[in-house]
Ligand binder design. Sequence first.
Ligand SMILES: *[C@@H]1O[C@H](CO)[C@@H](O)[C@H](O)[C@H]1NC(C)=O
Length: 127
Amino acid sequence: MFLFFLFIVVQIIAGAVGSSITPEQTITSSPEGSNTTLTCTYDDSAVFLHWYRQKPQSGPEFLLMISKTTETVKRAEHLKPRISIRLHKDKKKVDLEIFPAAVSDSALYYCAMEPTVTQNSYTLYKK
Ligand SMILES: *[C@@H]1O[C@H](CO)[C@@H](O)[C@H](O)[C@H]1NC(C)=O
């Protein structure tokens, strides 16, 4: 059985002072085929929650984002349906769910939050 490894880093986009988002795990490994959940905890200033990943020798790649107010999800084009985002507003947590996990999912994963509602910061990540 193969194991794969995920490393989580946190980033705040256009951060207001005092905003924070924190990963629940920093290094994790899961068996191939398993249901893997990566979790970050955000604070009240979050408006949009994002997940990115970065593979060796390449730049960060946008995966998914969700709006805290409308729970609208935006997916990257060509993103595999086995990767999804889940918001737990009551616990202020945002999950990235990978099911079934594959060896090719080994990467550095970033959770990020966008604390502002200005049109500018939204269009910035609209691509
Ligand atoms: C994967 O695990 C999460 C957390 O335990 C659960 O909420 C979710 O329903 C599971 N997904 C699948 C596809 O089994």
